[in-house]
Design a protein around this ligand. Sequence first.
Ligand code: ADP
Length: 451
Amino acid sequence: MFKKILIANRGEIALRVIHACRELGIATVAVHSTADSDSLHVTYADEGICIGPPQSTDSYLNLNAVISAAEITGADAVHPGYGFLAEKAHFAEVLAECGLSWIGPKPETIRLMGDKAKARQMAIKAGVPVLMGSEEPLDDLTEALELASRVGYPVILKAAAGGGGRGMRIVQHEEEFEHQYSTAANEATAAFGDGSIYLEKYLVEPRHIEFQIFGDRYGNVIHLGERECSIQRRHQKLLEESPSPALTPALRAEMGAAAVQLAKAVGYENAGTIEFLLDVDDSFYFMEMNTRIQVEHPVTEMVMGVDLVKMQIQVAQGEALKIEGGFVPRGHAIECRVNAEDPENFRPSPGKIITFHPPGGPGVRVDTHAYEHYVIPPFYDSMIAKLIVHDADRDAAIARMSRALDHFVIEGVKTSIPLHRGILQDPAFQAGQVSTRFMERYLAKKPDGAN
Ligand code: ADP
């Protein structure tokens, strides 16, 4: 059993892990950069240790500093949260060498599924549908062009090592292929140090639907339903919900079984997500697997009545998943990502929060590291809070979220709250008619960019 967990992260997710540890009676160690000394995750942890200057490459991504902090404080396990070191297989391996437990999947699984081209091959092997495309990374333009015309335009080029919505290019016509291909390869080399590119059919109007997976060391693998994440801007999720308004029980069962099949095929342990694209004709295709807890995990927690972070810790301690009786979804949950950014041009808006009044009341949850007079540092992600609501059905959850957004007062910095308010009032959103193109259309409808 773990006695002390080091949290190799910052912000709301570091606090989220602290909450779970505290309830399990496990001590916590926060690591922080010099820019985060006043951050709540440092205040709430039992111990805090500075691991470097503001730039994350020198602090939160500095493997040696994080491991030294774990050794100095006598931690016996590390929770990586999401982002930063969460999907660095090498980090998990070094921890094991130092005798520290890793709260996540096996390093070899992280490595395998982190390579989008290899993950695709695994999905094919496991009998899970994938979009038509390349089986191997493309290294030859002629071959790539030939494949693109066989697949049919539009196609999407993806960096094998990509993530977070980066490293993707859509090619509409053959004439622009060569240019997009070389740009994609150059961008991938610059951003990820790996220029491998693969290609697949681009779906024009899909939904992004992902399944929460959980596995333990004894070969049990389950899914905990889906999340609809189609509300995205530039491939970055803004609002998520569970269940998806698009899934019938039969389709849910089919997609869930495919997700479990793939996770079993790779011997998956701990929390993970299998992402699918769902086309207008209800055909679905594997897109990628995220081998970590995700930002949007609370919507699953709300409908399933579970604590995914506690489950992560328990499974990493060697406990078996408690699956007797199954997991029964209840009601509907929505999450809005509150970013410190200008809702009109999406530019980051760091600085001092003057007023911070989070909403409350029944069925409302706020996961945040922000507080009144907190200074948002300019060095990290702009997300400052996640507002999550739960209610009996989708309409009630939308009404509850609208009320909660109205009561969420943040002054001093600009936030995405007005943007979310607008989305919730949109008739297509209210009817559940969304796709990954929703935001593009929504923003185009507002000529002045006003929300
Ligand atoms: P990342 O790892 O960067 O998050 P993903 O592969 O998960 O990249 O894709 C992110 C988003 O890009 C998806 O949610 C979807 O909106 C879009 N996308 C990716 N592949 C396709 C595709 N083949 N057709 C249409 N949209 C796609």
